[in-house]
Design a protein around this ligand. Structure first.
Ligand code: GCU
Length: 499
């Protein structure tokens, strides 16, 4: 979010977007079922072998060295929903051996990497998140290069206790750390004061999203602060999503400024920058025991990120593809269980153009994320059809990474509100805000989305917590009428995240 800050009304109208958060998750009580590649019901397109130690079960599948060589698993889950597939393999050759991954006959990921592991006895695990049906599902790995696949040890299917997914009931709380430092008070709807994260949890939030800027002048929302606040978030039992802007300030469809430190870097150095920075933040979080459950590689990257080098011009996704792969690889090198999210604000148009474009570059990702603000992004029914289309076209879970709705037209500070009119059928009132948020959740969920994030629900107007990272003390809040807490910090009594 936040693209609007510096944009004229005309620019806003022309750029079509907005911004905020998203999430994904393998549930609190994960269940894992192992399917060995060397035994039925798996079928091994090659020979079952046991000549390299370290495998599980009685051996592994050594596929034929040929394009199309495949291992096929049959996996049973009790309920339809999201599952993480963890595939263990070894590749002691000197070349990566990518595969097409198909679920129930549809390719859900091409170029899935079985990268070199250094030795046939060095086993590694690669993960991909997919949608499974209730009952029996086929998961097929088919080589796309002449080397065939690596040696495949097993497939672990990770679901929650019911075999389905837990819903990401998310809130982007990126300004909350600053609010806490300023002594900002929050209260439940009945006026009782409380910790803002506890209050959010009491109305259903289970996932927090934090944006990260490389070197913002405010000294907030940077690596140090995200590390600090991640401890607070995790201590509350919330899941954590880290939203990489790869900028020192707001990145959105209207602007994707490079961090000053990378300003002179070209596409080749930028790939290294993205890899190193992403890995460093993720790994530092992991080292302190707060591994991110998911990360966004870029924020609302409708036409790319790290402009101009990473911008999509004339339908050319080459450079963006390179940057997204660097971010994906860094995340998986940090922790294979961390979900990679690609986020755009393209609900009203161009979603296929974008995701087809990056897919054609061989970009991998786990969750497709869209922003949806009814004021800017079209009808609910169109949103539902895009969510459903994204889900079936790419075979990945979909989330609404950002949404919000005003509860008042009154401005609480000297900075004008960015949204002053609402959407048909939803009055601008606490009840209207609740009704709109409930409708967005129900509509997206009915279309198959597994999570919805409210953007900055706790950001009510407080002097010193301004929008501009270059002047956080003197800039105001353009979002105060979209918070779910009123100007005194009291919760909208109606608002709920729906399970
Ligand atoms: C070697 C190795 C096999 C492996 C094969 C390959 O023969 O021993 O385990 O599958 O290389 O290149 O695929």
């Amino acid at each position: 979010m936040k693209w609007y800050s510096k944009a004229s009304a005309a620019m806003v109208a022309a750029t079509t977007l907005s911004g905020i958060a998203a999430i994904v998750a393998i549930p609190a009580h994960a269940a894992t079922t192992r399917y060995e590649a060397e035994s039925a019901p798996a079928t091994c397109g090659g020979s079952v072998a046991s000549n390299h130690s370290g495998f599980s079960g009685s051996g592994f599948c050594d596929t034929t060295n040929a394009v199309g060589a495949a291992v096929q698993f049959t996996a049973n889950v009790p309920a339809a929903g999201t599952a993480r597939l963890d595939i263990r393999y070894a590749n002691g050759s000197t070349a990566n051996r990518p595969a097409d991954v198909s679920v129930n006959g549809t390719v859900v990921q091409s170029g899935f990497g079985f990268d070199v592991t250094g030795a046939w006895t060095s086993w590694a695990t690669r993960s991909i998140t997919v949608q499974l049906n209730a009952g029996s599902n086929t998961v097929r790995l088919a080589a796309t290069t002449a080397g065939g696949l690596g040696n495949i040890d097993y497939l672990d299917v990770v679901t929650d206790d019911t075999g389905g997914s837990s819903i990401m009931q998310g809130a982007d709380v990126s300004t909350l750390q600053r609010a806490a430092d300023l002594g900002t008070r929050f209260s439940y709807a009945d006026g009782t004061q409380g910790d803002p994260l506890d209050i959010l949890k009491s109305v259903g939030v289970n996932y927090a999203r934090l944006r990260i800027w490389n070197n913002p002048r405010s000294g907030y929302n940077n690596k140090d602060k995200v590390l600090q606040y991640a401890r607070t978030v995790k201590a509350k039992g919330l899941k954590l999503m880290v939203d990489f802007h790869y900028s020192d300030t707001w990145a959105d469809p209207g602007k994707q400024f490079k961090p000053a430190a990378w300003a002179s870097h070209g596409i080749s150095q930028l790939q290294t920058d993205v890899y190193n920075y992403t890995y460093d933040v993720c790994n530092s979080l992991k080292a302190q025991g707060t591994t991110p459950d998911s990360v966004q590689i870029g924020n609302e990257i409708n036409t790319g990120m790290l402009w101009e080098d990473g911008r999509v011009v004339n339908n050319n996704f080459t450079n963006l593809g390179l940057l997204l792969k660097a971010g994906y690889n860094a995340t998986k090198a940090c922790d294979s269980g961390t979900q990679v999210i690609i986020h755009t604000a393209r609900v009203e148009s161009g979603a296929r153009w974008f995701y087809d474009g990056i897919r054609a570059q061989g970009v991998q990702w786990d969750i497709t994320a869209l922003s949806y603000y009814c004021m800017w992004h079209g009808s609910m029914s169109n949103m539902a059809s895009v969510v459903s289309d994204m889900r079936s076209r790419y075979g990945k879970p979909v989330i609404i990474a950002e949404t919000a709705y005003p509860y008042t037209t009154t401005n609480a500070d000297s900075t004008a509100n960015v949204v002053t009119s609402g959407c048909s059928g939803y009055p601008i009132s606490p009840a209207g805000q609740q009704a709109n948020f409930a409708a967005v959740q129900n509509t997206a969920r009915n279309a198959g989305a597994i999570g919805i994030f409210y953007w900055e629900p706790t950001w009510y107007a407080v002097p010193g917590n301004g929008w501009n990272p270059a002047d956080i003390n003197n800039s105001g809040n353009e979002w105060d009428n979209m918070a779910i807490f009123d100007r005194t910090g009291r919760l909208n009594p109606n608002i709920r995240w729906l399970p």
